[in-house]
Design a protein around this ligand. Structure first.
Ligand code: RNT
Ligand code: ZN
Length: 420
């Protein structure tokens, strides 16, 4: 252990102890909180179906053409392993259906099977991690109309119902094989660009499709379902079928998880305040941590005030067992492994800050009506030495500290990704 890091940690430890916080305890907790990292940052949401070049449309668009992106399953796994080595603590991998190991065959979405994911399961076992899953209802000719599960064309609707059913079955298989519950998150790109008259009709069709899909139930120890809403997307400016109110109502009624993607609300709306509002009514919350810049742009998460506020809300509500933390970003304009590491580490740093908060002191000020003191203490916490705790955590987990990891990514770029 680097002595400077150790010394700085000892000083920080004393400072936090003054406010009743045990940093060793906090780090012990932090290392067991899993973060599900999205596989699709590695190849701009491309996948391995091998039937198309680059995605557009469907509401998903990764911009940038930085060289070296993973072109096959081995390259993607190697990049994920490099990323994981630079992120301390428990990781999971969040897969999309298009990332199956199809071995060069063209397998349509309504034909995918658990066996297409068995090499991912073997890989996950080796890594000692859990997997999460997502049906892919975009970037496909059957999604060109921009209506999938809510389509009034029965052929299209049935096709997608079948796809999602199979994805739930695959999720169940993954959870069972890994003995580690898999969350299956459903997001659809349905909606339209301009004023839509049959708003109710499409929502009724979506409800019917979901009811059909959830007709089959799986053991909760293997899998849980989550539903992800959105306000708008490219080509969905006027109407999104799966809106926040729609899915929240459905999730409450059918005891499903609700997914909050931090980029899926009005730019001034914040997810941190939604957690405590819905927590008592839903089975759980899946977070998609992303950073929207002016819109749902899926930029790399960084240590923003809102990200810290989200984690603080989870910790203050003692809701770590009901809130599942996942990332959802894709930036193809910078080194993709660097992007992954920045995003994942920002999530962990914000969690660390939240866990280090002496909430009992803030609460006592609040309860005694001492509101200037509450605000003053919140301000004081911003300059507490969490960085020293973070560096110590990285070192003790055998992971490079801040700035050091940058050189490691540059080295990997020189030796591996630049040669692709
Ligand atoms: C789209 C949703 C969704 C996707 C991934 C690829 O707006 O955020 O979660 O980003 O499924
Ligand atoms: Zn998302």
């Amino acid at each position: 252990m680097n002595t400077k890091i150790k010394e700085a940690y000892e000083l920080a430890r004393k400072q936090y102890a003054k406010y009743g916080m045990d940093t060793d305890d906090v780090l012990n907790k932090l290392k067991d909180i899993p973060v599900s990292i999205n596989c699709w940052q590695g190849d701009d949401v491309g996948g391995f179906e091998g039937t198309r070049d680059i995605l557009s449309g469907g509401g998903i668009l990764s911009t940038g053409n930085y060289p070296g992106k993973a072109k096959n399953i081995n390259e993607l796994r190697s990049d994920i392993e490099k990323t994981f080595s630079l992120v301390p603590g428990r990781k999971r991998l969040n897969l999309h259906a298009i990332y199956g190991d199809f071995k060069g065959k063209v397998i349509n979405r309504n034909e995918i099977l658990p066996e297409h994911f068995s090499s991912w399961i073997d890989w996950a076992k080796k890594q000692g991690i859990g997997l999460d899953f997502n049906p892919t209802l975009f970037s496909h000719p059957m999604a060109d109309s921009r209506f999938t599960l809510s389509s009034s064309d029965e052929k299209i609707r049935k096709f997608w119902v079948e796809h999602v059913k199979r994805c739930r079955d695959i999720s169940n298989y993954i959870g069972k094989e890994l003995k580690n519950r898999c969350i299956c998150n459903i997001w659809i790109p349905d909606g339209s660009k301009d004023l839509t008259v049959s708003r109710l009709k499409h929502r009724e069709i979506l409800k019917k499709s979901l009811d059909e899909i959830f007709n089959v139930s799986y053991p909760e120890k293997n899998m849980l379902d989550s539903l992800e809403s959105k306000l708008f997307g490219i080509g969905l400016e006027a109407y999104t079928v799966g809106s926040h109110e729609f899915y929240l109502s459905y999730a409450v009624k059918k005891d499903k998880l609700i997914t909050f993607d931090t980029g899926h609300f009005h730019p001034t709306e914040i997810v941190s305040d939604k957690l405590s509002a819905v927590l008592h009514f839903v089975k759980g919350i899946l977070l998609h941590i992303s950073r929207g810049v002016r819109w749902d742009s899926d930029h790399v998460p960084i240590l923003t005030e809102e990200l810290i506020a989200i984690m603080a809300e989870i910790v203050r509500a003692d809701a770590l067992s009901k809130v599942y933390i996942a990332t959802d970003f894709f930036d193809g304009s910078i080194n993709r492994i660097g992007a992954w590491v920045i995003g994942a580490r920002a999530v962990l740093k914000s969690l660390l800050i939240a866990l280090l908060e002496p909430t009992h002191i803030l609460k006592s000020y609040e309860e005694s009506g001492n509101l200037f003191a509450r605000l003053g203490f919140l301000e004081a916490l911003k300059s507490m030495p969490f960085g020293a705790v973070w560096d110590y955590y990285c070192e003790s987990m055998g992971v490079l500290t801040e700035t050091e990891w940058i050189d490691e990514v540059l080295k990997y770029e020189k030796e591996v990704t630049s040669k692709r």
